[in-house]
Write a protein that binds this ligand. Structure first.
Ligand code: AQP
Length: 347
């Protein structure tokens, strides 16, 4: 896909830290597909971010390719966007270093995700976990991004990206466009079905009964929704404070079917929670089963996936290089010699 100067730019990505969840799908991926025709869409598998938490190498490789197949199966057409794997474009890590020098220790210390992940990984509070938002700022700023469609948990990271960009622009002169986070109207934070006070997360290793994975079988999906934690009132209406479980199920159902909360309450008036849970499960299965089938077919065609991520990396590299060169000039680095003019090794 050639980028079109008249269209605004969208950037987003997901860590291949596990199997994609209904949260990743409703909070991010399904939103990307809404914008793909009207934006230059730069979509990424952010593997560099993933190693802030320990993950076996074979698992990371497998997750990355599976995620690519699922992006495409969910409707991310590689002909309509730039689709690539983050580590294939070195400009991300290069810009992150420069931006590290324009980011304050104090502002990184306030990041909610850093505090959460540090608490969960007390034996591995590494510097990458701390500077994660700077790499994310580099991801976004490299492409002159206008919008970043993300779930609610990533809103703070887009805000710090704006702060870093503003600081750099003030010190070095106008360089970066300021991006805006775009959150879905419903299901911006899909909660665990077994504990509706905590977010549905793909790297949750403990009790997985609250998490719908995009690879789950129909039976597993129905079983998980049947067991979803709710209240004892048995009346379907939206109340995020007092009926967290039901409100979460209503958000999921609304996001998939397009029905408003009032409509749902109306449709299920006088029916028990059992009927509603089953309806949500069916809506989710109807959406996910064709995606799974398509993803499995794609995963058996490794050559095609390689072609997609290779072309994506070439396009992303060309776009990112322009911004990185500009940044290097602004901070005062001597222009890089052309490779052809470099002396041969040993001379
Ligand atoms: N439960 C969710 N509800 C709504 N949106 C969600 N997202 C993730 N979970 C939900 C959105 O999907 C994208 C995924 O980003 P990520 O994987 O890079 O990071 P994350 O937000 O930390 O996602 P996870 O699943 O919780 O990953 P782990 O467990 O590895 O930390 C983002 O746009 C996110 O908002």
């Amino acid at each position: 896909m050639e980028t079109n100067a008249k269209k605004p730019t969208l950037f987003s990505g997901i860590k291949p830290s596990g199997t994609l969840t209904l949260g990743s799908y409703l909070g991010a991926i399904s939103n990307w597909t809404r914008y793909i025709d009207d934006y230059n869409s730069i979509l990424c598998i952010v593997d560099l971010h993933t190693i802030t938490v320990r993950i076996p190498p074979a698992e990371l490789r497998r997750n990355s390719l599976t995620q690519l197949a699922y992006y495409i199966a969910c409707g991310i057409d590689p002909e309509k966007c730039v689709l690539f794997i983050q580590s294939h474009v070195p400009a991300h890590a290069e810009l992150a270093w420069v931006l590290d020098c324009y980011t304050m220790f104090g502002e990184l210390s306030r990041m909610t995700q850093f505090k959460d992940k540090s608490a969960k990984n007390a034996d591995n509070i590494n510097a990458g976990l701390f500077t994660y938002p700077v790499l994310m700022a580099a991801d976004i700023l490299l492409y002159n991004t206008d919008i970043v469609p993300v779930g609610d948990d990533q809103r703070q990271h887009v805000e710090i990206c704006r702060d870093i960009a503003t600081r750099f622009n003030n010190i070095c002169g106008e360089t970066f466009r300021l991006p805006t986070a775009v959150l879905p109207k419903v299901a911006a934070r899909v909660m665990s079905l077994s504990d509706p006070t905590s977010k549905m997360s793909k790297s949750e290793t403990g009790d997985q009964s609250g998490c719908i994975f995009l690879t789950d079988s129909k039976d597993d999906i129905v079983r998980k929704f049947r067991r979803a934690v709710t209240d004892s009132e048995a009346s379907v209406y939206y109340d995020e404070e007092n009926k967290k479980g039901i409100s979460n199920l209503m958000s999921i159902y609304s996001s998939i079917t397009g029905s408003s909360f009032d409509q749902i309450a109306n449709d299920f008036a006088g029916k028990g929670y059992g009927d509603f849970k089953l309806a949500v499960a069916e809506a989710v299965c109807d959406r996910l089963m064709p995606i799974q089938e398509k993803a499995n077919a794609l995963l058996s065609d490794k050559a095609y996936l390689e072609q997609v991520y290779s072309e994506g990396a070439a396009r992303a590299s060309a776009l990112a290089r322009r911004t990185l060169d500009k940044v290097y000039r602004k901070v005062g680095f001597v222009a890089k010699p052309r490779m052809g003019r470099m002396p041969e090794a040993g001379k």
